[in-house]
Design a binder for this molecule. Structure first.
Ligand SMILES: Cc1cc2nc3c(=O)[nH]c(=O)nc-3n(C[C@H](O)[C@H](O)[C@H](O)COP(=O)(O)OP(=O)(O)OC[C@H]3O[C@@H](n4cnc5c(N)ncnc54)[C@H](O)[C@@H]3O)c2cc1C
Length: 426
């Protein structure tokens, strides 16, 4: 994502600096990709290129991390990033037509530095601040209560009775991971609708939690579950852009596919020299972020004009049209949301410089998404064992995992990659 943008900036001598609050580090979280790698793959840097061999479709976290960092290394972008530097405030100075940014060095913790920029791109993610819910009696629950943000692996839940609150990807992911490692029972409590998968015998879905008394959980349908050891809240995240001046700050209720005030899902409608990247709910990830970055590059460097005619009213109308489409999709219509995001990508591709925009086969990507949803509906235990075809012209099919996901306790890079590297050298 950043590669493209930085290269263009270097070419045009536009000054660019990326801030990052953390140093690059890797914490062990036993999660595996929750979607096939084929629908997120970078167009200019494939998994096969990075690992030197074809690999199965659902890699563990360490493999994805290595791939993402590998692409950044190949683009040699580290020198543009100022690590351990937090952006504390961003405002726009109308008189001088520039942004004022206040940053803090997290190592020296010294006073703030003020900088000015012509453009600002916010890419701080929105899966950092947990959305924690309150339930009657939860503060007196004698066991452990945590948010999925603080989940670090299923090992500690072996033999335990778990209550998972939430009805989406994290709930499913953590439930299956804990099942795999040997949790005794898993109760998943949903707010809107059950996920409805064919769960193993010791996993069940129940309606919303009403209250907790001791270690017993009572649900809206009058049922209850005793002897709960641990409650895991898979209740999502909140957008938190508190470092932005109020008039530039993105607010989102929940995790929408079409956030308010972002023209083309990117440009701050009232001040389009401010861009927000990757702020929507995501079915596509890395490849969509790349296209967003390409559009920001093209607009900020004046390679293309957006279709809004520079008029905020047009920008708001465009946002409203997309938002009303999202409103009409039912919450359990996964294919509907996938179509929405595919069309969104198609729209932003059409706005980019057609000679340089990263493109991929959207029809094949859609087919991949549909297969992913169908695989899960068919079998929640084996969906991660299914191979997908590349959405790039070789259309090659990924190899099968040697160990089915449900039996595979090794989530290391070596464990996952080496059988396929070995095939190369046979
Ligand atoms: C549990 C979970 C599982 C997921 N699984 C998958 C998956 O299998 N496949 C997939 O494609 N996606 C997955 N995702 C989504 C994926 O994590 C996001 O799409 C991706 O991280 C978004 O990248 P980003 O760069 O926008 O944000 P982030 O990865 O959140 O990066 C934001 C960066 O901004 C920095 N930052 C924040 N605030 C400041 C500040 N004030 N000043 C300076 N720097 C700041 C942070 O330190 C961080 O480096 C998952 C997400 C979660 C929560």
């Amino acid at each position: 994502m950043v590669n493209l943008f930085i290269q263009a900036c270097i070419d045009s001598k536009l000054f660019l600096l990326k801030f990052c609050r953390c140093s690059i580090e890797f914490t062990c979280i036993r999660l595996w990709s929750n979607g096939p790698k084929e629908v997120l793959e970078y167009t200019d840097y494939t998994f096969e290129q990075h690992f030197g061999c074809p690999i199965p479709s659902y890699p563990p976290r360490a493999v994805l991390y290595d791939y993402i960092i590998g692409r950044a290394k190949a683009g040699d972008i580290r020198k543009f990033i100022r690590f351990q530097t937090a952006v504390r405030y961003v405002d726009f100075d109308v008189r001088n037509n520039e942004f004022h940014i206040t940053v803090q060095d997290l190592i020296t913790k010294k006073s703030m530095t003020s900088l000015t920029f012509d453009y600002v791109i916010v890419a701080t993610g929105h899966y950092t601040t947990p959305n924690v819910c309150n339930f009657e009696g939860i503060s007196k629950f004698p066991g452990r209560v945590l948010h999925s943000h603080d989940y670090r692996g299923a090992d500690e839940f072996v033999g335990k009775n778990l209550l998972i609150i939430g009805g989406s990807y994290s709930a499913e992911d953590i439930a299956m991971q804990c099942y795999k490692f040997g949790a005794n029972s898993i109760t998943i409590s949903y707010r809107s609708c059950p996920m409805g998968f064919k769960w193993p015998d010791n996993i069940k879905e129940v309606p919303i939690l009403e209250r907790i008394e001791g270690r017993t959980a009572y649900f809206q349908d009058g049922t209850s579950v005793d002897n709960i050891d641990c409650i895991i809240m898979c209740t999502g995240y909140r957008h938190n852009h508190s470092y932005m001046a109020e008039h530039l700050r993105l607010y989102c209720s929940g995790n929408p596919y079409i956030p308010s005030n972002l023209y083309k899902g990117i440009f701050w409608s009232a001040q389009p020299r401010l861009a927000y990247l990757a702020m929507q709910n995501q079915l596509y990830t890395l490849n969509m972020f790349d296209i967003q970055a390409a559009l920001v590059r093209d607009v900020f460097l004046d390679y293309v004009q957006l279709p809004d005619d520079g008029d905020e009213k047009n920008r708001q109308e465009d946002i409203s049209q997309w938002q009303s489409r999202e409103k009409n999709i039912s919450i359990d219509d996964h294919e509907g949301f996938s179509d929405l995001q595919t069309d969104y990508i198609r729209d932003i591709i059409s706005c980019c410089d057609q000679n340089t925009v990263p493109k991929f086969d959207l029809e094949r990507a859609t087919a991949g998404m549909y297969k992913f949803f169908q695989d899960k509906r068919e079998n929640i235990i084996t969906y991660r064992d299914q191979p997908f075809s590349s959405i790039f012209p070789s259309y090659k099919q990924a190899p099968l995992c040697q160990t089915p996901w449900i039996q595979n306790m090794d989530d290391s890079i070596q464990g996952f990659i080496s059988p396929f590297q070995a095939i190369l050298f046979q």
